[in-house]
Design a protein around this ligand. Structure first.
Ligand SMILES: C[S@@+](CC[C@H](N)C(=O)[O-])C[C@H]1O[C@@H](n2cnc3c(N)ncnc32)[C@H](O)[C@@H]1O
Length: 132
């Protein structure tokens, strides 16, 4: 199993996750589909869900969290379960390499929230945080 440096595992502090979640454009209604690639413990997803529940209680949230490291799956599953305990929140844990998964999924998202692994992957994917 790869180590922390190889997987670029530097986790986002709560205060920074909240700032990032504040950058997301929230819809007035409907469903916000969130992708969290390299989700770690799920901190970023949790911050988005927390903000949506406070500011847009009628908006549904769908979170897809992708994480490669099996050591993080239990804590990530716990975080997603906490999110899903909120009304109107659905979550999905993808236990996979993000790039391999992304090449084959036909899921689509309104927002990508990410603190990327800090090493060269040989491919760059630039995604905006926040929609429209
Ligand atoms: C910088 S950490 C950020 C974790 C979390 N999103 C946060 O903000 O605290 C990057 C995460 O990406 C995961 N990761 C690294 N390479 C990956 C890959 N190819 N596919 C999925 N996850 C990956 C690491 O295991 C780690 O949890």
């Amino acid at each position: 199993m790869a180590n922390q440096a190889e997987l670029g595992q530097f986790f986002t502090p709560t205060a920074v996750a909240r700032i990032m979640a504040d950058l997301v454009h929230l819809p007035a209604s409907g469903t916000l589909r969130v992708l969290d690639p390299g989700a770690g413990s799920g901190m970023l997803s949790a911050a988005v869900v927390d903000r949506v529940r406070r500011e847009r209680p009628d908006v549904q949230v769908s979170v897809t969290a992708v994480e490669l490291d099996q050591r993080l799956w239990p804590v990530l599953a716990d975080t997603l379960a906490d999110c899903a305990a909120e009304s109107g929140v659905r979550t999905s844990l993808v236990k996979s390499d993000f790039v391999q998964w992304a090449l084959h999924t036909d899921e689509r998202f309104d927002v990508v929230i990410q603190n990327p692994p800090y090493h060269k992957k040989g491919v760059s994917i630039l995604v905006p945080v926040g929609g429209g």
